[in-house]
Design a protein around this ligand. Structure first.
Ligand SMILES: [Fe+2]
Ligand SMILES: [Fe+2]
Length: 226
């Protein structure tokens, strides 16, 4: 019996040496099959969930370009910085650098949101009051930011930054849980895509003003002198 086993093992070894290509081929085939299977399952799954796959693809595409998704995406870095700013146990340098990063991001987001979303809401009777509430909360945040910039006392600075962080945190929570769902009910996907484009264009313009104010001033002076 032992002799037979030995012979079988030697035969296997010699077969493997003679067919190295077949060994690699065996590994590749199942991997390709798995990938193809996953893709077909995803397609089937999407189609079954919504029925009309063409309409579904359009909707999924739209979600990437519609204003609500853009606003929610822009809230994410603000929330991350809010957590650092209001953390009384964090060092002053961590909180100061979070504040310095937070201010231009909030300014760009808030001005563009006012010029697109709030401007649209203002023209709708059902959303008009919420739009003005949003404007006022942005204004209060702007005024507090100006105060914080002038504050030398580090304890007062910490208290002001904490209030600012909590104010904007509450504002964002209200937008995401109440304002955006209400706005979605009153608008079509086309409205939201158009406003999304307005939001993006507004952001690019405001970004230039916020991040490079000196360049803008010089450009204006040059044009004015001719
Ligand atoms: Fe807002
Ligand atoms: Fe917002």
């Amino acid at each position: 019996m032992k002799m037979k086993k030995m012979k079988k093992t030697e035969n296997d070894k010699s077969l493997k040496k003679a067919l190295p290509v077949k060994k690699n081929f065996k590994k590749e085939v199942p991997q390709k099959k798995i990938v193809l299977k996953q893709k077909s399952v995803m397609k089937k799954d999407l189609g079954e969930r919504k029925g009309d796959r063409a309409r579904l693809v359009g909707t999924v595409k739209g979600q990437h370009h519609e204003i609500i998704q853009m606003l929610v995406d822009d809230h994410k870095p603000l929330k991350r910085l809010i957590d650092k700013m209001k953390d009384s146990e964090a060092s002053m340098s961590v909180r100061r650098s979070a504040f310095n990063e937070f201010v231009p991001l909030l300014t760009i987001h808030a001005r563009s949101e006012e010029n697109s979303l709030y401007n649209f809401e203002k023209s709708e009777i059902d959303m008009r009051e919420e739009a003005f509430e949003g404007y006022v909360e942005h204004l209060v945040a702007d005024q507090l930011i100006e105060e914080i910039k002038k504050t030398a006392d580090k304890d007062l600075w910490g208290a002001q930054v904490k209030v600012l962080a909590e104010l904007v945190e509450h504002h964002i929570e209200e937008e995401e849980s109440e304002i955006f769902p209400e706005f979605k009910k009153c608008t079509t996907l086309e409205d939201r895509i158009r406003l999304g484009e307005e939001y993006q264009v507004g952001k690019s313009k405001i970004k230039g003003d916020v991040l490079h104010p000196q360049i803008r001033i010089e450009e204006t002076t040059f044009v004015a002198s001719h």
